[in-house]
Design a protein around this ligand. Structure first.
Ligand code: FES
Length: 63
């Protein structure tokens, strides 16, 4: 499913970036361009990050 229509980035691509270390929506944007234009897909990117438990990983990364 396409999540970022501006840059034609799928949920699969975003999940792959999260699995390989993206820690927030800015990180996802830097890696695959999702969310770099209108920003309308950012809530979905945030939801994918939350679904993957990134907030927990982020807490460990900051420690
Ligand atoms: S839909 Fe992703 S930046 Fe516009």
């Amino acid at each position: 499913m396409v999540v970022c229509h501006c840059n034609v980035v799928s949920d699969r691509e975003i999940r792959a970036e999260i699995l390989t270390g993206a820690l927030d929506a800015d990180d996802v944007a830097a890696r695959c361009d999702a969310g770099t234009r209108c920003g309308g897909c950012r809530p979905v990117i945030d939801a994918l990050l939350a679904e993957a438990g990134v907030s927990i990983r982020r807490a460990f990364a900051a420690a």
